[in-house]
Design a protein around this ligand. Sequence first.
Ligand SMILES: [Ca+2]
Ligand SMILES: [Ca+2]
Length: 233
Amino acid sequence: MRICSPTIPVPNITPTPLSSALYCPTSQPTFGIAAYAGGGLDACNGAIQNCIIWGNTAPSSPQLFESSTPTYSCIENWTGGGEGNISPKSGPAFVDPDGPDNDPHTFADNDYRLSAGSPCIDAGMNEDWMWMATDLDGNPRVFYGGLSLTVDMGAYEYGSWLFRISQVLVQTTGGLQLMWTSRPGDEYVVWSCTDLSSGVWAQEATVPSAGASTSWTDPSPSGSRKFYRVGLE
Ligand SMILES: [Ca+2]
Ligand SMILES: [Ca+2]
């Protein structure tokens, strides 16, 4: 299978030439079985970066054949060099690569998200566009996975759904805007407190997720100190 984080911000693309310079593999998990070679990628002559290419079958070069040299990718039995590539004996440690039906060829139930401790976590290469991009689940594409604030290999960012306050803005109107990373479909609660020693927190609002990033504005923050908490509803 090839599970890629494309090197340009085009989600869910199929194997289609994207520009004269780039032929990028799909960001959707696919499974390759080839009669001769290149079960994973064959003649892919663009950037191959931050990908997981694993479990494909072919008599020769089952993962990658006559393609450009990958970088920062996890490739089964890879010996072809390239900066940042890994080929861990334990594999990429997907959550459940064959799904509840125990069949890797039926994709609908397969779970290619990374499990804790996966060598693909924080092992990719960041690109500027990723800071505003999302992974295949619609969560922030770059997330601190325990090692560094680095994109993961593969289509899913480990732990990315864990939200955190990402920005605090004082508005010209006097309001205070909190912004946090979020997961589509979730709902959040904002609390505030003016005296931490009191331990008394007042609920300010419930806020539905706006996608990968959600915000709420306190129109009248306290004149002195005010502390905020954001939690899942
Ligand atoms: Ca399956
Ligand atoms: Ca990461």
